[in-house]
Design a protein around this ligand. Structure first.
Ligand code: ZN
Length: 363
């Protein structure tokens, strides 16, 4: 698609379209401020503007989204650079983590999975300012590629024009928040004894710390890859990662849950039942026969234990810990997987040194 045509479509979206479609977008645009610089756009709205335009955004997100941001800035007369985050891609563009292929590189895609590990939030330099040591000229370089830090090649001052040296001035450079989050396939989507796959996702600015370990997340982003290196230099293979454009946490944590009065009443009633522990235990994976001990352990894991106060005043966390030495071929992992499906938080870690079938080792 011609960039001029794309430009017109973005312009139409920000000026004409919001007035027709219950004005959601218009309200959001009016609410943009230097503190809240993000405009969330549902993919359906893009489809409503034009089908080819919406497709173009999926195929060339790295061109189309920045173009949209610059047009939004002009159309809404903003004094700051806005961000556009696209949510809710159609199901056909939601790809499971294990099906990500070379064909998806640099395309806008949607994945769903469980947050497994989050890194600390780091400042990332996005606009680096350098000073030419020879003439004192200040050079500003926007860091486009997060994998390579770019430095000036020559001094732009015509009278100087030398190749450096240049000094990085951190104080006047621009930094943004950066975080790496590992997303693992949801255990429910696995078949048989498959190990869950994962992908690293880069979150930036206000979406850092959006999810915590155990949360289910739907992420829209651009699939990219870093070249692998071996002992003899660079290899021909790459490792995939996703640069997130938007993240939605699908499941709420316990704190966010709200109970209706009927639910509360029902819970009180159940709590007074002396056999409640057995009922909970039996409700776990009822289609799997036996394994009462495993089910009892899983049932106990749903609750915290009492905090322990030791004689010397030390406090111990009230959690249940238990160890299962069952071999992987048993029904045990299935019990775990089934209980995972109704717990809002929790995940099954990848079992690294898993034992070969049939072997036993005390733990
Ligand atoms: Zn210079």
């Amino acid at each position: 698609m011609d960039r001029e045509i794309a430009r017109n479509f973005w312009h139409e979206l920000f000026t004409a379209y919001p007035c027709v479609e219950d004005r959601i977008l218009e309200k959001d645009i009016n609410e943009l401020s230097s503190r809240n610089r993000t405009l969330h756009i549902d993919y359906d709205i893009l489809l409503g503007v034009d089908f080819d335009f919406a497709e173009e955004i999926l195929d060339f997100p790295e061109d189309m989204i920045p173009l949209g941001c610059s047009i939004l800035k002009d159309d809404a007369n903003l004094s700051f650079a806005p961000k556009i985050r696209i949510t809710n891609l159609p199901n056909t563009d939601e790809i499971s983590i294990r099906d990500l292929r070379a064909a998806h590189m640099y395309k806008l895609i949607q994945i769903e999975g469980t947050v497994r590990r989050t890194s600390e939030v780091k400042p990332e330099i996005v606009e680096a300012r350098f000073e030419c040591v020879r003439c004192g000229d200040i050079i500003s370089i926007i860091q486009v590629n997060s994998q390579n830090f770019q430095t000036p090649a020559v001094c732009p001052n015509e009278e100087c024009g030398r190749t450096g040296p240049f000094r990085l001035i951190e104080q006047s450079s621009r930094f943004e928040d950066w975080q790496n989050v590992r997303i693992q396939e949801s255990p429910e989507s696995l078949r048989g004894g498959e190990m869950p796959r994962f992908i690293d996702v880069i979150l930036r600015e206000e979406i850092v710390e959006a999810g915590q370990t155990g949360n289910k997340a739907i992420i829209v982003g651009v699939l990219k890859a870093i070249q692998d290196t071996g002992l003899r230099g660079k290899k021909t293979t790459y490792t995939k990662y996703l640069e997130a454009n938007s993240i939605i946490i699908r499941e709420k944590t316990y704190e966010d849950m709200e109970l209706t009065p009927e639910e509360e009443e029902r819970m009180e009633e159940m709590a007074s039942d002396p056999d409640i522990h057995l009922k909970i235990q039996r409700s776990i994976a009822p289609t799997i026969y036996g394994h009462e001990n495993v089910k009892a352990a899983i049932a106990l894991q749903q609750f915290s234990n009492r905090q322990r106060l030791l004689p010397d005043g030390t406090k111990q966390r009230g959690i249940y810990t238990f160890c299962s030495s069952e071999i992987p071929v048993s029904q045990n992992p299935r019990c775990w997987r089934m209980q995972r499906s109704y717990r809002p938080v929790g995940y099954i870690p990848q079992e690294k040194g898993r034992l070969p079938q049939g072997s036993r080792r005390p733990c």
